[in-house]
Design a protein around this ligand. Sequence first.
Ligand SMILES: CC(C)(COP(=O)(O)OP(=O)(O)OC[C@H]1O[C@@H](n2cnc3c(N)ncnc32)[C@H](O)[C@@H]1OP(=O)(O)O)[C@@H](O)C(=O)NCCC(=O)NCCS
Length: 278
Amino acid sequence: MAGFSWYLSEGFQVIIEKSKEAKCSLKDIQLRFLCPDDLEEVRSLCRDWFPIEYPQSWYEDITSSERFFALAAVYKCQIIGLIVAEIKPYLKLNTEDRGILSRWFASKDTLVAYILSLGVVRSYRRSGVATMLLDVLINHLSGPMPQPPHEHRVKAIFLHVLTTNSEAILFYEKRRFRLHSFLPYYYSINGRCKDGFTYVYYVNGGHAPWGLYDYVKYVARAAWRGGGLYPWLWGKLRTALTIAWHRHGLQLRDAAFTLRRRRAAIRDCGRFPITMQS
Ligand SMILES: CC(C)(COP(=O)(O)OP(=O)(O)OC[C@H]1O[C@@H](n2cnc3c(N)ncnc32)[C@H](O)[C@@H]1OP(=O)(O)O)[C@@H](O)C(=O)NCCC(=O)NCCS
């Protein structure tokens, strides 16, 4: 990821000021899925948060279709934050996104979750609202009780973000999303091309394609922990010990038998003295 460092040093404005005043307590926030009645409210929020103009059909979809995981954070009857994600088959991703998972996961069973939208009303930011919404999504996909029909089949949660959206980048990095790729001219905003990044968070054992270093690390860890290698070695050793023990037992039994025969022979010789024949 060295190629991105110039962005981080030049094109990236770090926003570090943090509002001290508590705007609302997370305890007072209710979570619920979006419904068709939310369409206008969601549209005005998205217009405020994002530089992209979404078509009417997009708002209709996210507020009514079951295809989307569209969750709202509601405070005093107002939507103050929302997250929208879509679960898709990995094999149906666009070419630029196909590299997020290792080839091991290239099967029709593998799913991924794409975050289309995550936003919080400005006055409620830095209160943990986005964290709460993202946690619900992650828990829904990979928690101890993942929901059917995609239990544990979702291997990655990913998103695209403008390279200049420092707030979102800092948020996702704080949440351990990994920078995966740089997408030059990915967005078209007001007729101008803008660059994007892909960020990925792996769940349910999913991982990025491995490089040489990852393979070396895997083998070293397996040898250290004994995963796979030690049980095999232990199995072989046990078989060898069993065979050795068995053979040793047979030898002992043979030796004991020979000894008994010799003793019996000596006893018999005493009782019936051998007569010398000329
Ligand atoms: C990105 C966004 C959703 C974050 O929402 P939020 O509710 O403020 O996030 P949280 O309060 O859960 O922040 C969690 C952590 O992320 C980091 N973070 C979030 N916003 C940050 C900012 N402006 N500057 C620095 N760090 C930030 C912090 O580490 C924060 O933890 P802290 O407050 O304990 O320091 C919000 O800024 C937003 O709506 N932006 C506009 C819409 C957008 O760009 N969405 C992303 C599109 S992909």
